[in-house]
Design a protein around this ligand. Structure first.
Ligand SMILES: *Cc1c(COP(=O)(O)O)cnc(C)c1O
Length: 425
């Protein structure tokens, strides 16, 4: 703590919270997973919704890939080390996390590129419809990719609504597809996926869901909820590493009729025939474009190993309980400084991060980062903290909120070192 003393009531509040956190951490059935990650003493990664911590298994795997598969195996490793099949074998590890079946998910390229493939594929399945229905507040890349497609494909236009409450009224027989996130990147609001899909289907529109903030935090059932296309990130709660390749799922009812426009040779039915005509591979392999990103896929494959042991309802329960604990403690200790809660209070409608409004939030987040407490900031005023259930404990949350409280109380965020701009917020 710095020079200014906290009020006794705050000291009591944090002492009580610390005791409660110790009890909850001791009883946490997921606590054993912390050891599966490389965590630095003194650093708390409350940005696992942006870049997850590194699983230990990745280190050993990369040593094998670099020390033998690539360096010694060379091209033989495409078959011998299973490289060629990695987009699908890694996809099979993700499938149970989203309610998909084996052979239905493929991994490769970025989330943005997979959005492009899926939106274009949806338009091709609805040639008589030319409108893409978006939420204004979608994660920007979703809307930018849709804009790029509208600029490229004659007749295609965008329709954007303020919130999904307006979705049902905005779906008519001109809408080819809706493009939407399941968990909102800023507020963590969880959408009612099944209800939205019902409305889309009733109007004859297809759905393209972005599960970037869902996978590895909030259980989802893409098949049961009636989705048509789903894509998502793997470097957030799945801990695949910076820029890890994204995944893509297409409903089994549609896949054999689906064509995606990035018809590269690795998604060809028989790439080594080197034939003139493109013929898509069967099933989801047709969503592979060029040569798979083997180093990234291998790291992701290793990062995903531990998920076979994770009980998803237990994970979701901890996510809800720990985000509620976080919100409650911030509200009780920091509301007096003008901090507001931007995430839903209803745990069933909240993903695994918490968002708070504060005018000087960017400086506050930089002051926290200087103490090893890593969160992030989203314009205009959102302080965002990811609570990854596999490696964040209740004690971490108390430490983070106590530091936040201290920074606000002493106004240490107002120092020169926390002003100015940064490349990434
Ligand atoms: C993180 C995120 C992305 C990331 O897209 P990239 O192409 O991997 O940069 C896309 N959509 C949402 C909703 C995200 O949260």
């Amino acid at each position: 703590m710095s020079g200014v003393a906290a009020r006794p009531a705050d000291a009591d509040l944090f002492a009580t919270a610390r005791a409660e956190a110790a009890g909850r951490d001791a009883a946490d059935p997921l606590a054993r997973f912390r050891d599966a990650f490389v965590l630095q003493a003194g650093t708390i990664n409350l940005d696992g919704n942006s870049l997850g911590s590194m699983p230990r298994a990745v280190v050993a795997r990369m040593e094998r890939v670099l020390g033998s598969e690539w360096s010694k195996g060379l091209i033989r490793s495409w078959g011998g080390a299973g490289w060629f099949a990695l987009p699908e074998t890694v996809g099979d590890r993700i499938a149970p996390l989203i309610g998909a079946g084996a052979g239905e998910v493929v991994v490769g390229d970025s989330t943005s590129v997979n959005l492009f493939k899926c939106i274009a594929a949806a338009l091709a399945l609805r040639p008589e419809r030319r409108v893409l229905l978006l939420q204004e507040d979608n994660f920007p890349t979703d809307n930018y990719i849709a804009q790029g497609i509208a600029d490229m494909v004659p007749g295609v236009s965008l329709r954007a609504v303020k919130s999904t409450d307006a979705f049902a009224g905005a779906i008519d027989d001109s809408v080819a597809a809706i493009v939407l996130s399941h968990v909102h990147y800023r507020t963590a609001l969880v959408e009612d996926m099944a209800a939205i899909n019902r409305a889309a289907r009733a109007a004859g529109a297809l759905s393209v869901w972005d599960l970037s903030h869902t996978t590895g935090a909030v259980p989802v059932d893409v098949a049961g909820a009636g989705c048509d296309f789903a894509i998502g990130c793997t470097y957030k709660y799945l801990n695949g590493g910076p820029g890890a390749p994204a995944y893509c799922w297409v409903s089994p009812e549609l896949i054999e009729r689906t064509r995606q426009p990035l018809s590269g040779w690795m998604g060809h039915k028989t790439p080594f025939d080197f034939s003139f005509d493109y013929e898509p591979a069967t099933a989801i392999r047709r969503f592979v474009c060029g040569t798979p990103q083997i180093l990234s896929l291998a790291a992701l494959d290793a990062a995903l190993e531990l998920w076979a042991e994770v009980d998803l309802p237990q994970l979701h329960q901890k996510s809800r309980d720990s985000t509620e604990f976080f919100i409650d403690l911030v509200e009780r200790s920091c509301a007096a400084f003008g901090v507001t809660v931007q995430s839903p209070r209803d745990g069933s409608r909240r993903g695994s991060h918490v968002a708070f409004g504060y005018e000087n939030g960017l400086q506050v987040m930089r002051a926290l980062a200087a103490q090893g407490i890593i969160g992030d900031f989203r314009t205009p005023d959102t302080m965002r903290f990811g609570v990854a259930p596999l490696y964040i404990g209740y004690g971490d949350i108390v430490r983070a909120v106590a530091a936040l409280h201290d920074i606000l109380l002493t106004r240490s965020w107002d120092r020169a070192e926390f002003r100015g701009t940064t490349v990434v917020t």
